[in-house]
Design a protein around this ligand. Structure first.
Ligand code: PEP
Ligand code: MG
Length: 575
């Protein structure tokens, strides 16, 4: 029978192969009651193990490869700090001197106590540090001579089957050893989206599932595993037809990847030399590798609300947000990153938030942020701190009037002052607004006096212009990107950008719809932001288009009372 294990999908893709299982500590720690005169010897063993681990970690720090994710060195640093933490050292020593536990037992007992304290913490970032402490303890146990380390490479075997590593947890040091690609996938019992296994697996493009509780105990060595990194599921010993089905999906994904790779390096430029920027819409730091592989020349929209959703009242604090934003900024390697402040409400409610009778017209997006200034400034401080590491644009969602625009900009300055008062560095940021309501489109030029750039959010612009709830299927047939009112509002915003010499991009679903690319190009759009997977098809359209040739046709479509008929009937020949 197939066993299904569920965890967190932290590194996408599918892997199949035989399990290599690493024992967890609970199964191998010697417990001995020691006598009075053995106490000094146990303290000495502990001190020796600590020194050996400190040397090992310091050695690793100087050998971290240049292309390794920046977080890795920081994580090894955290391990060093934990190792040298006096509270931990003293507490373990007490178990040895007063309770007469051997060093291994003292360590694991104290770890279990700390684990309970970590579990009770409300800050998710701090809670995750339990994993770090656990890994330090595991490595100390190894230096005490007890615990085997995770293997560097799969055991040699007669077959060529790929191997999937299943462990209780993997430390940054373990993950560094796996960068050569010895394993096709990783499964751990514990972990989170920001744990090392997740970060390093993503950077290597290797599928991983973390927090698959009990995996290292339930999975037998050599069991056949299917690891679905998109769904966060591990299938243990699935039947032949399921294996074949997943193999077909693996082949499809590989073909898609090849297509992406082929077009990724080609600049998006029309046949008459108009350069176009194709940017990625992302929802978490996990999406960065995909954005880069697709050839995106930056992030045009990072929807930060996904960091806040599905976590009850436990919203991310400044440190957790900073880590997420910084990881995107660094991950994009100097390319521009536009980060939108939280857009909750309407179709993206926060757990437990009170929804008004008409949530789409209620307290959402920038209105929500301006109604809770401490929370808003926490996000802005995290953004300003992340901006030290690369070019960042801060984008305010659903701004409808100039007063909101001014108040939002003022909050950025206040957040900057707060960081200065703490003596913390803040980066320069460009400020922009989403054009999602007709009022903003009509006032585009006024907004551009206030902001550095605008981004047209057609998903909402269509909903608010046509008074059609985008999540109500009964009116879905009326939701029309080619409605003349929608096209004319978009044209107005593009024209305002042209007049003011400021940047306007479009980041709604229209940007990724390849059937609309030529129309938007003809209307003068040169910055499209979309799901990374849409980039190749949109790029193909751009490469085949002559922008000057499209201009007159696009004007005709926009002026028409029935744009769809002209759009359907003819578009200038492709080159
Ligand atoms: C939009 O409204 O077009 C947009 C990009 O924002 P979201 O889809 O997140 O509301
Ligand atoms: Mg929107």
């Amino acid at each position: 029978m197939t066993l299904h294990l569920h965890g967190l999908a932290v590194a996408q893709g599918i892997a199949q192969g035989r399990a290599v299982v690493v024992q967890s500590r609970s199964s191998g720690v010697p417990r001995r009651q020691i006598s009075d005169d053995q106490v000094p010897e146990e303290l000495r063993r502990l001190g020796q193990a600590r020194d050996a681990l400190a040397r090992e970690l310091q050695g690793l720090l100087v050998t971290v490869p240049r292309d390794a994710p920046a977080e890795l060195a920081a994580m090894i640093d955290v391990h060093l700090q934990l190792l040298q933490d006096e509270a931990l050292q003293d507490a373990v020593a007490v178990w040895i001197t007063e309770h007469h536990y051997n060093a291994e037992w003292a360590l694991t007992t104290q770890m279990d106590l700390f684990a309970r304290q970590f579990d009770a913490m409300s800050d998710a970032y701090l809670r995750e540090r339990k994993g770090d402490l656990n890994q330090v303890v595991e490595r100390l146990l190894h230096h005490l001579g007890g615990l085997p380390l995770a293997p560097v490479a799969p055991p040699a075997s007669h077959d060529a089957d790929p191997r999937i590593l299943v462990a209780h947890d993997l430390s940054p040091a373990d993950m560094l050893r796996y960068r050569e690609g010895a394993f096709a996938g990783f499964v751990t019992d514990v972990g989170a989206a920001t744990s090392h296994t997740a970060i390093v697996a993503r950077s290597m493009g290797i599928p991983a599932v973390v927090a698959a509780r009990g995996a290292s105990e339930l999975v037998q060595p050599d069991a056949w595993l299917i690891l679905d990194g998109d769904a966060g599921v591990v299938l243990v010993d699935p039947p032949a037809e399921v294996r074949a089905q997943y193999r077909r999906r693996q082949l499809e994904l590989a073909r898609h990847d090849e297509e992406l790779e082929y077009l990724a390096a080609v600049p998006a430029c029309t046949s008459d030399g108009q350069a176009v920027q194709l940017l990625a819409n992302i929802e978490s730091p996990q999406d960065v590798p995909m954005a880069l592989r697709s050839g995106a020349v930056g992030v045009g929209l990072f929807r930060t609300e996904f960091l806040f959703m599905g976590r009850g009242s436990d919203l991310p604090g400044e440190e957790e947000q900073y880590a997420a934003y910084r990881s995107v900024v660094e991950g994009m390697k100097g390319l521009p990153v536009t980060i939108r402040t939280i857009d909750v409400g309407a179709d993206k409610p926060l757990d437990g938030a009170r929804a008004g009778a008409n949530p789409a017209l209620g307290l959402r997006a920038i209105r929500w942020s301006l109604s809770d200034l401490p929370m808003f400034r926490t996000q802005l401080r995290a953004l300003l701190r992340a901006a030290v590491f690369g070019p960042v644009g801060v984008l305010f969602p659903m701004v409808a009037n100039l007063d909101e625009a001014r108040r939002a900009s003022t909050q950025v300055e206040l957040a900057r002052d707060e960081l200065a008062a703490r003596g913390m560095p803040a980066g320069a940021v460009r400020l922009g607004a989403m054009v999602e309501v007709p009022a903003a489109a009509l006032l585009a030029e006024d907004f551009l006096q206030q902001f550095d750039f605008l981004s047209i959010g057609t998903n909402d612009l269509i909903q608010y212009t046509l008074a059609i709830d985008r999540s109500d299927e009964t009116v879905a047939h009326l939701y029309d990107p080619l409605h003349p009112a929608v096209l004319r509002l978009i044209a107005m915003v593009l024209a305002a950008g042209e007049r003011c010499g400021k940047e306007v991009s479009l980041c709604g679903e229209m940007a990724g719809d390849a059937s609309l690319t030529r129309l938007l190009l003809g209307m003068g759009l040169h910055r499209f932001s979309m799901q990374p997977t849409s980039i190749p098809r949109v790029k193909q359209q751009i490469l085949r288009s002559d922008a000057a040739d499209l201009k007159a046709w696009a004007e005709q479509v926009v002026r028409s009372q029935t744009p769809r008929s002209i759009w359907n009937a003819r578009s200038p020949s492709t080159t």
